[in-house]
Write a protein that binds this ligand. Structure first.
Ligand SMILES: Nc1ncnc2c1ncn2[C@@H]1O[C@H](COP(=O)(O)OP(=O)(O)O)[C@@H](O)[C@H]1O
Ligand SMILES: Nc1ccn([C@H]2C[C@H](O)[C@@H](COP(=O)(O)OP(=O)(O)O)O2)c(=O)n1
Length: 277
């Protein structure tokens, strides 16, 4: 098992032996299309780093709500933008070995990587995934100066090494809404993940239940979850700054009828093909 701990304030360049930068994979798509799970698994398979950019917008939303700021009030934009600039966000992804060999010689399937999110050194991994944060995050993500502040943080995180100072980093997988279009426009591979909104809602619901959903706090009705996802997608697609859209050179992958392993395989194979491996 190994971890990659990335912090948004450190500045260190990648080694430039053969490439001027590591291989970059940009994964975008609507809510619950499978971006973060797929991205983490691809990173694990390839030994790449992983950056969840949605976590940044969720952290800013969480901190604004906890200070009693209403993200829907246009007068809040300045305050929220200041919070976005000040926030120190760190990500720690815990990867497992691809196939751990057990003592009897058989192979144990790889466990799913998990990402912990730190806001000013506090672990807010669960707090940023509540329905309340999900309901307001699109409004926060539509504020231009918030996007500017987060763009700088994620680019810096993507350009710096892990905290071990390793120069052997092979690549980076980043997921979000504007990775292929704005954050990493020169990415070596761009993937746009889509899935039927009913399928996405069912998967999100199962995920909520798996994570111990609380019926007094969480929406546990498939139709309501679907409406919520569709509403957020509409807001993300129609905002003025960096809207959710497929980059012209992105490969579209519909995960509605795929298994997680299947979609990871397609992306890993494409990375290897482009790397000439
Ligand atoms: N092909 C698939 N089959 C079944 N479940 C999937 C598949 N792809 C993703 N999921 C599940 O769907 C849920 C949403 O995926 P997630 O990676 O969180 O999406 P996103 O990052 O796009 O919001 C997760 O619980 C994930 O495990
Ligand atoms: N690069 C990004 C990443 C996320 N966002 C916004 C838009 C999304 O509705 C929220 C939350 O993103 P996140 O990927 O965590 O959301 P889901 O896992 O899809 O529910 O952040 C964005 O505008 N740009």
């Amino acid at each position: 098992m190994w971890t990659k701990h990335l912090v948004s304030g450190v500045s260190r360049a990648y080694s430039t032996v053969q490439r001027t930068r590591p291989f970059q994979v940009a994964i975008d798509g609507p809510a619950a299309s499978g971006k973060s799970t797929t991205a983490k698994m691809v990173a694990q398979r390839l030994g790449f780093d992983y950056i969840d950019t949605g976590a940044f917008y969720r952290c800013v939303t969480y901190v604004a709500l906890s200070k009693g700021i209403d993200p829907l009030d246009p007068h809040s934009s300045k305050k929220i933008s200041a919070l976005a600039e000040q926030a120190e966000i760190g990500l720690q992804t815990i990867f497992s070995r691809e196939q751990d060999t057990m003592t009897n010689g058989s192979q144990k399937a790889a466990t799913l990587p998990t990402t912990r999110v730190f806001l000013d050194s506090t672990d807010v991994s669960s707090e940023i995934r509540t329905n309340r944060v999900s309901q307001y995050v699109s409004a926060v993500a539509a504020i231009g100066p918030v996007r500017e502040a987060i763009l700088q943080k994620v680019r810096k995180m993507g350009a710096t090494g892990d905290d071990q100072g390793s120069s052997s980093r092979l690549g980076l997988v980043m997921d979000g809404r504007d990775i292929g279009t704005v954050v990493l426009p020169q990415a070596d591979l761009k993937v746009f993940l889509v899935a039927d909104s009913r399928v996405r809602a069912e998967r999100r619901l199962q995920e909520l239940v798996r994570n111990g959903a609380d019926p007094t706090r969480d929406i546990l009705d498939a139709k309501a979850v679907q409406d919520d996802l569709e509403k957020r997608d509409e807001q993300d697609r129609t905002r003025k700054v960096s809207p959710l859209k497929k980059a012209i050179d992105a490969m579209e992958l519909d995960t509605s009828n795929l298994t997680l392993e299947g979609q990871v395989e397609v992306i890993v194979n494409e990375v290897n093909r482009r790397r000439g491996a």
